[in-house]
Design a protein around this ligand. Structure first.
Ligand code: HEC
Length: 258
């Protein structure tokens, strides 16, 4: 009798343990996308999500509650526009989760919605034989567009005054010296911004350029060979603003010529 009860208790205990570990895993991996009532009613979720899964193996679960969902589709002020309905009302997807892994999957979902196969899935959806959604054209993805606050006109002037000795800084391709890459070429580097933000910390500028607030060129290093250049951090911002407007020179394959 006692052994029987013990067995039962053990059985219940282990079942619970298995149940909890399973559901825990499930809930952390499953991604929940909230759909508004009207889309669930026409079963738009059942049309779109399996097609996405078929393409990418990523499973997104449609839910009808906003709370605790990882993202939400609906008529919203914020989010990325994905399609409009017959009344030109725009549906957007809003990301809620902050989990990196889930965000990546939603990124894929959004990319797919904007791809030919996603667009044909959206526009192929019919209700009572009538297509009711129109995919939105690709918006510029919300890249972290950095707004340069500096004065780009002044940036050009400063560049012409101080940098042109060594670099090609504008349309005058004959300025500069051979060992210095042109601004246009450097603008095409992915990390151009970091390079320009900190150019005065790398040689050969180190001994030549001083930033008023920060560093005194040549003060404790090798002798200054050319007239020192003095800039302020504001002027560095102006240069950044100017360079941000330069059309990058298409260098084709990445090259490193200095
Ligand atoms: C004395 C000549 C000289 C002057 C003046 C000069 N540069 Fe340079 N600059 C160079 C050379 C040479 C390099 C390549 C350095 C190397 O080979 O590593 C360079 C590299 C750079 C780079 C790339 C740095 C990196 O991290 O790779 C930037 C950005 C830059 N310069 C900006 C400027 C700006 C802005 C000015 C004007 C305020 C300026 N330079 C003035 C000679 C100069």
């Amino acid at each position: 009798m006692f052994v029987k009860i013990l067995n039962k208790i053990l059985y219940i205990f282990f079942s619970l343990l298995i149940f909890f570990t399973l559901t825990k895993n499930l809930s952390s991996e499953e991604i929940h996308l909230h759909f508004p009532e009207e889309l669930l009613m026409v079963e738009f979720d059942k049309h779109i999500l399996p097609r996405f899964k078929f393409k990418t193996q990523i499973e997104i679960k449609a839910v009808n509650f906003f709370e605790n969902s990882d993202a939400s589709i609906g008529v919203k002020t914020n989010g990325i526009s994905i399609f409009s309905d017959l009344n030109d009302i725009i549906y957007k997807i809003e990301l809620i989760t902050t989990e990196e892994a889930k965000l990546k999957k939603f990124d894929k979902f959004i990319d797919w919605l904007k791809s030919p196969s996603g667009i044909s899935a959206i526009e192929g959806f019919q209700f009572n034989g009538v297509p009711i959604f129109k995919a939105m054209l690709l918006e510029k993805k919300e890249k972290k567009e950095f707004v340069f606050e500096g004065d780009s006109k002044n940036g050009l002037l400063i560049s012409q005054k101080h940098c042109k000795r060594c670099h090609v800084v504008d349309d005058n391709a004959f300025a500069g010296i051979d060992s210095s890459p042109s601004f246009h070429a450097m603008r095409s580097f992915e990390d151009w911004e970091e390079r320009f933000r900190a150019f005065w910390t790398v040689s050969p500028h180190l001994n030549v350029i001083s930033i008023t607030e920060v560093y005194d060129a040549g003060s404790n290093l090798s002798p200054v060979v050319i007239a020192p250049i003095e800039l302020t951090l504001d002027e560095v911002d102006d240069i950044l603003s100017y360079v941000s407007k330069i059309v990058p020179k298409d260098l084709g394959k990445p090259i490193n010529f200095w």
